[in-house]
Design a protein around this ligand. Structure first.
Ligand code: IVH
Length: 669
């Protein structure tokens, strides 16, 4: 074959394959089979090998390109990628309309456009002079990651637009995995003993974030376009027009869409979509409704991260079934007892759920719920998981009735039933009557999370968790799952994840910090360290007598008594057992080193030049010495830096040896 003939054949093959790809992947034309395309591609590949001078990065043979990446490169979006505000019912949708109409001059002609809200990953595709040059994830909206290679493997993405547009065009849409492909993938994962993907979105995300585009190619992702940003001269007046144009350019666009002058028709469309949603080949979680006229977009503008001219109508809760393993009782800040159902961990709306509050006894009676029951649970857009129904037909006869305990599960104090309100709105709740009940101790919990350095859990979150009945005490924090908290108001998936992660990251703790976290009266950080250092294990501290504790240097009789007393209370011991049972791990205490400062007690005061006070204390400890906070007659040395306070004066009074920085440095040399 001559070079000229080869070129002609190559061009024809490329056109033909491109056309088949378009018909198969974009138009969904069943007449085309992959075999035909494969066969043509085989011929094209062979020709391209024989005639490398005709290589073209946009040849259909180049859909898997290049080597695996070391990492994704960050890219700045030319136009910010926004997100959407959600509405959950027709009323909210209508008040959105009222709000925007208020912002526009009366008599402004307005129409609406509604389309599917696809449950995948937003991506941006840049075309230069009609050729695909870069694709990126949304990232934080300003900066995303370059995933061009991976996107090139998606057959529904045209490498060349079907109409030439000079300059830059940005197409945005959803990278998705169809339900069919997801099922097949999970089957394969299962057979290979690999982790399953919870939903199509996770599967799509996992597949797109592969550094090796060959892996992405295997996952058979899809792409549906929902937005286009055109050069000035090509701009279109409506969103509906843009959708039609996207289809013309060779993109897949869902045919389910609705353009209307009234919101009423849009509402009907939303109802229609809800009916077909389950059978739709891709995951959809709602309908995106926008003001159709692009000119009005400018006027309505953006508020925060979301445009005013667009909202996402979200369909209600996903449901799942599970069994109730147990019903436990949590005690709130006010002492109220809240029954909580513990489930077999179950996936609902994409995350694992292990518990749900039952609110009160009335709710349990309304549901007719027994321990061991099979139940339907649901997790709506921003509602925490809840039990909605008991499947009574699933009963085996082994289910058990639940009764409110007569003693507080935290402190064993007596429980009382109180009625709040009157008439129809009255409700009865059970309360722990012990004013000193640990569960009422909000400050104690705040202290605990600080000591454990779980900084993602602040006072407000503690209150929230308690009010929802998710926790009684700090030990319960260690039983939370992401799905248990992610539905809480103002709680995104990300913050839920951060909280769960930081709790998990701080399960392991030193003995001193653990003691400190317990909040024993008169036991601060220093005493905790002294106790840990002296006794070495929690067990020994718990068993120590007042005298044994009192014998420790720097610990006086009041502190000794308070430590001793703490461990005599049964509920405190239960609490410690619960912490350990829930996964808190106390690190082995490092053996106290014997060194040249063994037996010597130091107090460091003022500002040192060569190191911080904490560094100085660490040095003292490393050499076997003891670093104390306050000066007493037992102090061996007071190290004095710049601007010392009362400690230096006290040392002088007591006749304790004072060291300046240089003398201290000489000593520890
Ligand atoms: S338009 C101004 N249209 O939903 C934001 N988004 O909650 C532009 N999504 O990040 C979004 N289907 O990943 C739009 N038909 C659709 C969509 C859609 C799914 C996703 C998209 C976006 C998120 C916003």
């Amino acid at each position: 074959m001559t070079s000229a003939d080869a070129k002609k054949r190559i061009d024809k093959l490329r056109d033909q394959i491109e056309d088949l790809r378009y018909r198969y992947h974009v138009l969904n034309d069943p007449k085309v089979t992959d075999d035909v395309k494969d066969s043509l591609e085989k011929e094209l590949k062979a020709l391209e090998q024989d005639f490398p001078e005709f290589a073209d990065p946009n040849s259909p043979t180049n859909r898997v390109a290049g080597k695996a990446l070391a990492k994704f490169v960050k890219v700045k979006h030319e136009h910010r990628m926004l997100s959407l505000n959600d509405v959950f019912n027709v009323e909210e949708l209508r008040s959105w309309e009222t709000r925007i109409k208020k912002l526009l001059p009366t008599n402004t002609k307005i129409s609406y456009f509604a389309e599917l809200k696809l449950d995948g990953l937003a991506v941006s595709l840049i075309y230069k002079d009609g050729v695909f040059i870069r694709g990126a994830t949304r990232g934080d909206g300003f900066i995303g990651e370059d995933i061009t290679q991976n996107l090139r493997t998606i057959s529904a993405i045209p490498l060349v637009l079907r109409e030439k547009i000079p300059g830059l065009v940005e197409v945005r849409g959803e990278a998705l995995m169809s339900k069919k492909v997801w099922h097949a993938l999970n089957k394969k994962q299962e057979a290979e003993g690999k982790q399953l993907f919870a939903n199509t979105r996770n599967a799509a995300a996992g597949s797109l974030r592969q550094l090796d585009s060959k892996l992405t190619a295997e996952r058979k992702l899809d792409f549906l376009a929902w937005n286009i940003i055109l050069p000035k001269d090509f701009e279109l007046p409506t969103h509906a027009g843009e959708h039609a144009f996207l289809a013309k350019l060779g993109f897949k666009v869902p045919k389910e869409q609705c353009e209307s002058k009234t919101l009423g028709e849009i509402e009907a469309f939303i109802k229609e979509v809800e009916k077909i949603r389950e059978k739709y080949p891709f995951g959809t979680d709602g309908v995106v409704v926008s003001v159709n006229e692009n000119e009005l977009h400018q006027r309505l503008g953006v508020i925060g991260k979301a445009p005013r001219y667009m909202v996402a109508f979200k369909y209600p809760a996903e449901k799942a079934t599970t069994t109730v393993r147990n019903i436990i009782v949590n005690v709130g800040r006010t002492g109220v007892l809240t029954p909580v159902a513990l489930f077999e961990p179950t996936l609902v709306a994409g995350s694992t759920v292990s518990k749900a509050t039952l609110h009160n006894m009335d709710q349990i009676e309304r549901l007719g719920l027994k321990i061991g029951d099979t139940v339907i649970i649901q997790k709506a857009g921003d509602v925490i998981p809840e039990v909605v129904e008991v499947l009574e037909k699933m009963r085996t006869g082994k289910e058990k009735h639940f009764k409110m305990p007569s003693k507080c599960p935290v402190c064993e104090g007596s429980v009382e039933r109180r009625t709040i309100g009157s008439g129809n709105t009255s409700s009865a709740a059970y309360y722990c009557t012990n004013p000193n009940c640990l569960a009422k101790n909000q400050r104690g919990m705040e202290h605990f999370v600080n000591a454990f350095e779980i900084y993602t859990v602040g006072p407000k979150i503690i209150t929230r968790f308690k009010d929802e009945g998710l926790i009684s005490d700090a030990a319960d924090l260690f039983t939370l799952e992401k799905g248990d908290i992610e539905g809480l108001e103002r709680f995104g998936e990300k913050s839920a994840e951060n909280i769960i992660q930081s709790i998990a990251d701080h399960r392991e703790i030193s003995l001193a910090k653990f003691l400190y976290a317990l909040g024993i009266m008169n036991v601060g950080e220093q005493t905790s360290e002294d106790l840990a250092e002296h006794f070495g294990t929690l067990d020994k501290i718990m068993k120590a007598s007042v005298d044994e504790i009192n014998a420790i240097e720097n610990i006086g009789p009041i502190v000794s008594q308070s430590v001793f007393d703490y461990f005599r209370y049964k509920e405190n011991v239960h609490y410690i057992e619960k912490l350990l049972a829930n996964g808190v791990e106390i690190k082995k205490q490092a053996k106290k080193v014997a060194g040249k400062l063994t037996g010597k007690t130091f107090v460091v005061t003022g500002t040192l030049e060569s190191m911080s006070r904490d560094e100085a204390k660490a040095k003292i400890k490393a050499l076997g010495g003891h670093a104390a906070e306050s000066v007493s007659k037992n102090t061996s040395y007071v190290v004095v830096g710049e601007n010392p306070g009362s400690k230096a004066i006290k040392a002088e009074k007591l006749g304790v040896t004072i060291l300046n920085e240089k003398e201290f440095l000489d000593l520890i040399k």
